[in-house]
Design a protein around this ligand. Structure first.
Ligand SMILES: [Zn+2]
Length: 236
């Protein structure tokens, strides 16, 4: 059994590295996707702000058209008032209409100014996002280039490790031990074995019962930690 344990330890040395390389290969695209989503969100916000600004500009144009129509009407009413000085009632009616129109023009202009102020705020926000986005996109491009290199390195490392592992798997390990080992490797993030120091498992730091220590030192069977199920070996 000591030979089996030694063989498993040899396998573990490679497998923990394989696990790390695989985790790295999985993590990199995930990180890229989450970074990209963040950048996309900000670009989308800029597009949204631009659309809002466009709508407001259309509204302002409509308000301006309305005001200039009313201004024309004022000029007409004022000239009609000038030519009807003889008719007091008509004159008063024209003057009243002109006042009302001017008030309405004032209200339209005010509304337009309100929209202009809003546009200013939106454009400021959009410019601020665009400015920081520029830097973020540069950082992202660097990240992507690094990621490419890291992925290639991790991929090459992984292939090399898998090749090493293939050469080692010739070592005689009983199938049931291989099965326990493989299950633990997947469940325990690449660490199927744990050293026992004194009575403490060095993976989960649980104290194992004394009889397990005895069984382990007898070396006639695989002993698993009751806390984390890892296959135990003597640290010394
Ligand atoms: Zn344990």
């Amino acid at each position: 059994m000591q030979a089996v344990l030694a063989a498993l330890l040899g396998l573990q040395a490679i497998d923990s590295q394989i696990f790390r390389a695989q985790a790295e290969l999985k993590r990199l695209p995930q990180e890229r996707a989450s970074r990209k989503a963040e950048l996309d969100k900000r670009a989308l916000r800029i597009a949204e702000l631009k659309r809002e600004v466009m709508l407001l500009r259309t509204k302002i144009k409509e308000l301006e058209d309305g005001a200039s129509e009313k201004r024309q009407r004022v000029r007409k009413v004022e000239s009609e008032a000038a030519s009807s000085r003889q008719d007091m009632a008509l004159l008063v009616a024209f003057q009243h209409e002109a006042r009302t129109l001017k008030k309405e023009i004032g209200a339209l202009e005010e509304e337009g100014l309100g929209h202009l102020e809003k546009i200013e705020g939106l454009e400021k926000e959009s410019a601020a996002i665009a400015a920081s986005l520029e830097g973020e996109l540069r950082i992202f491009a660097e990240f992507e280039a690094n990621m490419q290199r890291e992925s290639e390195a991790a991929g090459a490392r992984l292939n090399q490790l898998l090749e090493e592992r293939k050469q080692r798997s010739g070592t005689a390990i009983p199938p049931d031990a291989v099965a326990i080992y493989a299950k633990l490797l997947a469940a325990r993030e690449g660490q199927a074995l744990a050293p026992l120091e004194g009575r403490a498992c060095q993976a989960c730091f649980m104290d194992v019962p004394p009889n397990l220590v005895v069984r382990l030192s007898r070396g006639s069977e695989l002993v698993q930690c009751p806390g984390c199920s890892r296959i135990l070996y003597n640290a010394s």
